[in-house]
Design a protein around this ligand. Structure first.
Ligand code: PLP
Length: 430
């Protein structure tokens, strides 16, 4: 890319969560293969991010590319209203088979946030169809569900953007975030606040929505599966729907195909996205039980009121279907277990370092929580100099590499983190 391209980018193009007037630096990537991102000056970076949890098979995979080109020869897109196509059917068949028991009906959407919007609309329409006015949601502090309005309204009110949109967002209920860690002994009192809120508000709740077991962008916290089990029991007891947002956790990332499996539960509604297409295209899905789907469909509207232009896009469906086939054939459990073992041995000992408040690992997710916020621009440049792509935020430096990563490349990532936490200059004062 020329200096003029980069100047244009800086002056005219928004990047995620950055400013137009004081943008953070961006690094020009011209190609990506396997677990490597190639910068335009020829440098190769080992990818520790899977492009935000998505590229589980690595980049430029010949099978995913082939699925795309085969589909493109047939049709890139066709409307889904009144039409169906083989790639959508193949994908939805796999989704129904792979996801927790009882989830039988699939709504294809464009992105994770839209899948969350769809799930919340479904819950609202469900109760409307049953003649009950239930319009509030119960969720957890420290949660993250996306950036569109309904999704934002159930993100943590403190560390999300709630304050910016005060008065515009509906007011939902937030239980204290679980504190009992994934591998600690379960403490029954952890569920108290959630139990209190569901008891008090059951009659006005359309659904509970949460990220099962891993709270991602809201803090990279791993909580006890028994918490999720209790949530399921309490939802059943109080007749409230449960929406599991598996957008970040789905497709093996936590060591189970879906994080709900750690607790042995099935939600009434589940959202998936991110890794669904192996990180190649944007696509998400909201799955429901037959009962939820039938109730909505038999209600006053006689249908579910959502239908985006690019719903069921054939290219996205074809590549997602191939990605799921690869996941099933790829021995992902062994891949994830190998990554988890290496992350544990390399990252957990960093707990003792002065700058480190906590280190934790689950599946292919390795997290270093620091005592002071990272200096994002400096730390990012530090990592790039060491040939790795790691994007920290706040007090979190974390890894979630593609499942195909080899030990040598993974060690480059963990070595770079070990070196970074020894450099006080890479952290801000408060
Ligand atoms: N839900 C969860 C748990 C997420 O982690 C994210 C994105 O990080 C979303 C929803 C939103 O997905 P998208 O960015 O595709 O809209």
């Amino acid at each position: 890319m020329t200096p003029s391209d980069l100047a244009f980018d800086r002056d005219h193009i928004w990047h995620p969560y950055t400013s137009m007037s004081k943008p953070l630096p961006v690094f020009p990537v011209v190609a990506a293969r396997g677990t490597s991102l190639q910068l335009d000056d020829g440098r190769e970076l080992v990818d520790g991010m899977s492009s935000w949890w998505a590229a589980i098979h690595g980049y430029n995979h010949p099978r995913l590319n082939q699925a795309l080109s085969t589909q493109i020869e047939q049709m890139s897109h066709v409307m889904f209203g009144g039409i169906t196509h083989p790639s959508a059917v193949a994908l939805c068949r796999k989704l129904v088979t792979m996801t927790p028991e009882g989830l039988e009906c699939v709504f294809l959407a464009d992105s994770g946030s839209v899948a969350v919007e769809v799930s919340m609309k479904m819950a609202l329409q469900y109760w409307q169809a049953r003649g009950e006015r239930r319009q509030r949601f119960l969720t957890l502090r420290n949660g993250y569900h996306g950036d569109t309005f309904a999704a934002m309204s159930v993100c943590d009110p403190q560390n999300s953007m709630h304050s910016l949109y005060q008065g515009y967002l509906p007011s939902h209920l937030f239980a204290v975030a679980p504190t009992c860690r994934f591998d600690a002994d379960w403490q029954e009192k952890d569920i108290d606040d959630f139990a209190r809120l569901i008891r008090l508000h059951a009659g006005e709740l359309a659904a509970v929505i949460l990220e099962p077991v891993v709270q991602g962008a809201g803090g990279m916290r791993f909580y006890h599966p028994d918490y999720l089990q209790r949530v399921r029991e309490l939802c059943d007891q109080h007749n409230v729907l449960l929406i599991a947002d598996e957008i970040a956790t789905g497709f093996g990332r936590t060591g189970k195909l879906f994080a709900c499996e750690h607790a042995g539960i099935s939600p009434d509604i589940m959202c998936v996205g991110k890794a669904l297409t192996g990180g190649t295209m944007t696509l998400s899905a909201t799955l429901t039980t037959r009962e939820v789907a039938n109730t909505i469909s038999n209600g006053e509207a006689g249908c579910f009121m959502h239908g985006p232009t690019f719903m069921g896009n054939p290219l996205a469906c074809a590549v997602a279907s191939e990605s799921l086939a690869m996941l099933q054939e790829n021995h992902w459990q062994q891949q994830v277990a190998g990554i988890e073992a290496l992350l544990r041995s390399a990252l957990l000992p960093l707990k003792d370092k002065t700058e480190v408040a906590d280190a934790r690992v689950l599946g292919t997710i390795g997290v270093i929580e620091t005592r002071r916020p990272v200096n994002m621009a400096e730390l990012q440049a530090f990592f790039v100099q060491r040939g790795v792509w790691i994007r920290p935020f706040g007090k979190l430096i974390y890894l979630m590499p593609p499942y195909i990563i080899q030990p040598e490349a993974l060690t480059r990532l963990t070595d770079a983190i070990a070196e970074a936490v020894e450099q006080p200059a890479l952290f801000n004062q408060s």
